[in-house]
Ligand binder design. Structure first.
Ligand SMILES: [Zn+2]
Ligand SMILES: [Zn+2]
Length: 448
């Protein structure tokens, strides 16, 4: 069931030879020069550098010092806005953005219009993905009907239709009683419960993080404990019911501590963090630029440092972009009224490589591990450079210098909090489920 749970319209299976390329896959201890042959969309040979010769119709990619061949990244948290908000994004543009960012698979959130909370809608979206998606897409339908936090969806039926799990992302499940019964149904039907943690009675009316900057700006703040108190509650409920929960977009140090404590207690929890929470703080809000208005809000420097430490130590399992496209006119309104969210698929690797890897805070191999780990958290096979596996590969150029947004976006929206920054590193080519999903440039094709 897991592989079938992802849907895409993959192009023809590809034949490629990466020759003398520096391949790096920390999951299997690979970090060095190799020849990697992809035949019919699968990894066919892994050999000593320079030992394989290209065959007819095989595209030859000659490795350079600036290249790394990585397993394709996997993003367990994106908003593709379909159905109902296709003016922001759809399955085709969203997965094009994913492929351009080096992602070979994504998981879409259900806070669409209508909400993805029924089996027929899930089925029709999976059909649309099979027609339109550039990289495989999995879906997390809602935990509660219409995300209202009251009545559970038919979780068993949704699972039978291919749901990887469930989430009310955009909103928390405020009622502990409802959360508890979702955990009980999970025991019967499986699937991960992915949780957007926010105590609405604490966050209500807040438009940014509550702290010195919100005080200086005179804006209503959202206290960090709005998130961390709910992380603690749901870890306790998961422990009580023997459930499995995944905490989305951690934003404050206290939440990292709560996840660490839950893991130390042996509770089945995992967690993700976004590039923007790893790299930005509420200081970015001083100019009232709505590009930085996100949920959960950007917190303080000590929170940011705790998130980086958590990602490094493994308390936080993976990176997720929380790619949240909004149309230009929706963000070009007074700060208080603007919707929350930033796009992120096209910049995730580049910003983290520039700031954390080149900044000496995270090894490249560890970043690659954290950018691919999301698949296994949702019971999907981890993308890996292993003979016999389907080719899910990203060819990275670690020296490419570029400015996101300078030449437009693959996404239909452009509300990126990283637009205009000079970055170093990007995907040159993404192979997803055995087919080329993105290429920055063409390499030499032999025998054609
Ligand atoms: Zn969320
Ligand atoms: Zn989200």
């Amino acid at each position: 069931m897991p592989l079938a749970a992802l849907s895409s319209n993959a192009a023809a299976p590809v034949d490629l030879l990466f020759r003398e390329v520096h391949a790096i896959d920390p999951r299997v201890g690979l970090d060095g020069l190799r020849d990697v042959r992809v035949r019919g969309g699968a990894i066919a040979e892994l050999a000593e550098p320079g030992s394989l010769t290209p065959e007819d119709s095989e595209e030859l990619v000659q490795g350079e010092a600036r290249h790394r061949l990585s397993p394709a990244f996997f993003d367990p948290h994106v908003h593709l806005r379909s159905p109902g908000q296709e003016h922001k994004e759809d399955l085709e543009t969203g997965t094009r953005a994913a492929a351009a960012g080096g992602f070979g698979g994504v998981i879409a959130m259900p806070n669409t219009d209508p909400v993805i909370d029924s089996a027929p809608l899930l089925r029709s979206l999976r059909d649309t993905a099979a027609r339109d998606a550039r990289v495989p897409v999995g879906f997390l339908p809602a935990i509660t009907r219409e995300l209202a936090g009251e009545r559970l969806t038919d979780m068993a039926e949704l699972r039978a239709e291919g749901a990887l799990g469930f989430t009310d992302d955009g909103r928390p499940v405020m009622s502990a009683r409802v959360m508890r019964s979702a955990l009980r149904y999970q025991r019967l039907c499986g699937g991960v419960l992915a949780l957007h943690e926010e105590d609405l009675t604490l966050s209500a009316g807040g438009v940014m993080f509550e702290g010195a900057v919100s005080a200086a700006l005179g804006l209503d703040g959202i206290p960090g404990v709005s998130e961390s108190s709910m992380v603690r509650r749901d870890a306790a409920l998961a422990a009580y019911e023997g459930g499995r929960v995944h905490f989305q977009h951690l934003s404050v140090a206290d939440s990292v501590a709560a996840v660490a404590a839950a893991k130390a207690d042996g509770i089945a929890v995992s967690a993700e963090v976004t590039p923007h929470h790893l790299l930005l703080t509420d200081e970015s809000l001083r100019g009232l630029d709505t590009a930085f208005k996100v949920n959960p809000p950007l917190a303080t420097e000590s929170d940011r440092v705790a998130l980086i430490d958590g990602l490094r130590s493994g308390v936080i399992d993976c990176v997720a972009s929380d790619h949240a496209p909004h149309a230009r006119e929706e963000k070009e309104v007074p700060f208080e009224q603007a919707p929350m969210g930033t796009t992120g698929l096209e910049t995730a690797f580049a910003v983290l490589h520039t700031e954390l890897v080149l900044g000496g805070l995270l090894e490249l191999g560890l970043l690659i591990e954290r950018m691919t780990a999301g698949a296994a958290l949702f019971e999907l096979p981890a993308p890996s450079i292993v003979v016999g596996q389907p080719a899910n590969l990203t060819l990275l150029d670690l020296e490419a210098s570029w400015v996101p947004g300078e030449h437009g976006w693959e996404s239909r929206s452009q509300n990126s909090c990283f637009a205009g920054r000079r970055l170093q590193g990007r995907a040159l080519m993404t192979v997803a489920a055995g087919a080329v999903a993105y290429r920055e440039r063409t390499f030499s094709v032999v025998g054609v």
